[in-house]
Design a protein around this ligand. Structure first.
Ligand code: GLC
Length: 529
């Protein structure tokens, strides 16, 4: 029997896996309430199977008041009724495994929901209590303590501190409904070991560690230099090394604990970190031996469209990860950032570029994460004000629209919303009528569709040893073009302004139409020979 924990070349499965990120609210609705859920996901597993992904990462479906889309967890060991039941999860896991698809889930260790029993108890128990010592409660500044304990802003806007009626303040790097845990209190790591084991015992193959760069706090919680924090309008960016809210050395001890727990189970269980840190060198520290297996590499998310920017991003990533012997993890998008097609200019050009970028992403050495809807070439949706749900919208006093535009439910079939996503007419975010053209059903029958391109790319990747081995060498090409070899395979991207003469070789796959002689602009190709 095949060893399902290794890839075809004897490496651990996760080192070259293509992971598919399911944002469960938006993937498929199985119970007709307009919000996606685990039953809907299970019913649509065929889609993942035909796409050819190795694994999925399911964003949080745990009990949650949903103040931050489920990243405010009130019971990490149960399924929120919005998404189903634990039995639904077990059935999903069994079905996915039967199809050879691994299942990884989110772990949210930086904070709990303010409705978690620990925080409810902390509020009730009062200052100085052991219940409060699980969170970060402090006295305020100023003669009457009416000023926050330090000047830290929260990621969603406004101060990172909220005052409770008895006068103390608690820290929340995100929304006030997400109080930060104090990881120096041994009860906290012990609780997370329990949570990891709960899901590992059920059979999950791994975890995505939310805010992996945030759990350790600078001792004494000194003020941060506010001038080093970029405005949120600049979009997702890596923090400055001087932003002392993140990436403290102590955090690595917690990752080593996660790894010890994972390694105590059979079957190459894994963890990938979500660490937004200053640069690739800092990122590589999260995947040193004995720490996390993978860490999202947001270099390609941050790179503007262009051969030079892509090359620099790829070079930095490869160099940093090879320094610690870890595979790279290539990411074009997720539920927190604008969709790739929108970042690259939107419209037909944006879609063409995102298809080309996907052929780059999927031919680089290492693991890759595909965000649900990328395989359909979806763009961000301009939502009306009334529809917005991301806490950023309220917290920024309606100056930042937040992340809902990349979270709109997927269009499956039919000619009008909700496009087979749900049987309810209204979905949790409204779906645009134009998506009639990009449903899974339409793309299935169109050989030139983005869906068919992704399927072909994943099938070729799985059957082409050169794409799964680490070998990589740059090709020198004219300005505006990018190229590299992976063994016998050459990958070329034309991000320039003129067509590139196509070198000799068998075209395995192209992201857009070719004329036989040249590689058109905004197009990528995989060649053999
Ligand atoms: C991560 C999640 C994001 C969430 C935040 C707080 O960045 O990806 O969606 O808002 O953590 O948990």
């Amino acid at each position: 029997m095949d060893d399902v924990t290794k890839n075809a070349y004897g490496r651990p499965w996760w080192a070259t896996a293509v992971f598919y990120q399911v944002y469960p609210r938006s993937f498929a609705d199985g119970n007709g309430d307009g919000t996606g859920d685990l039953i809907g996901l299970r019913q649509r597993l065929d889609h993942l199977d035909r796409l050819g992904v190795d694994a999925m990462w399911i964003s949080p479906f745990y009990r949650s008041p949903m103040a931050d889309g489920g990243y405010d967890v009130s019971d990490p060991c149960d399924v929120d009724p919005l998404f189903g039941t634990l039995a639904d999860f077990d059935a999903l896991l069994a079905d996915a495994h039967q199809r050879g698809i691994k299942v990884t889930v989110d772990l949210v260790p930086n904070h709990f929901s303010d409705q978690h029993p620990w925080f409810v108890a902390a509020l009730a128990a009062g200052p100085g209590s052991p219940e409060r010592a699980r969170f970060i409660f402090r006295a305020g500044r100023g003669p009457d303590g009416s000023q926050p304990p330090n000047n830290w802003p929260s990621v969603f806007g406004g101060p990172a501190w909220t005052r409770v009626p008895d006068g103390e303040w608690y820290l929340h790097l995100f929304a006030p409904e997400q109080p930060d845990l104090d990881w120096t209190n041994p009860e906290v790591p012990a609780e997370f070991e329990r949570i990891l084991r709960f899901w590992l015992d059920r059979g999950v193959d791994g975890f995505r560690i939310d805010v992996a760069h945030g759990m350790a706090k600078e001792p004494g919680l000194p003020d941060v230099d506010l001038s080093v924090i970029p405005s949120r309008e600049e979009g997702a960016t890596m923090p400055s090394p001087d932003d002392i809210r993140w990436d403290r050395d102590q955090v690595h001890e917690y990752h080593r604990m996660f790894r010890r727990v994972l390694d105590s189970y059979p079957g190459d269980r894994m963890a990938v970190g979500e660490a937004w840190v200053a640069n690739s060198e800092r990122l590589a520290r999260y995947v040193r031996p004995g720490e996390l297996n993978l860490t999202f590499n947001f270099e390609l998310v941050e790179a503007n469209w262009g051969a030079k920017t892509f090359r620099e991003a790829i070079e930095r990533s490869l160099r940093a990860m090879s320094g610690v012997g870890a595979p790279c993890t290539w990411v074009l998008a997720n539920h927190d950032v604008e969709r790739a097609a929108t970042r690259y200019g939107g419209g037909a050009v944006g879609v063409a570029r995102s298809r080309a970028a996907a052929l780059v992403q999927l031919s680089l050495p290492g693991a890759a994460y595909v965000y649900n809807g990328d395989e359909l070439g979806l763009t961000n949706v301009e939502l009306p004000d009334w529809a917005l749900q991301d806490p950023t919208w309220e917290r920024s006093r309606h100056t930042e629209r937040g992340r809902d535009g990349e979270r709109v439910p997927l269009p499956w079939s039919g000619d009008e919303p909700p496009f087979g996503f749900s049987t309810a007419p209204a979905t949790w975010l409204p779906m645009p009528a134009e998506w009639a053209a990009v449903t899974v059903e339409k793309q299935e029958s169109d050989p030139g569709s983005t869906l068919r391109l992704y399927r072909r790319a994943l099938a070729l990747r799985a059957s082409t040893p050169d794409l799964l081995e680490p070998e990589f060498a740059w090709l020198e090409l004219p300005t505006g073009c990018l190229g590299y070899r992976r063994g016998e395979i050459s990958v070329l991207l034309n991000a320039g302004e003129a067509p590139l003469p196509l070198p000799a070789g068998e075209v395995l796959l192209a992201s857009g139409p070719l004329d036989g002689q040249t590689l058109p602009i905004d197009t990528a190709v995989w060649l053999r020979g």
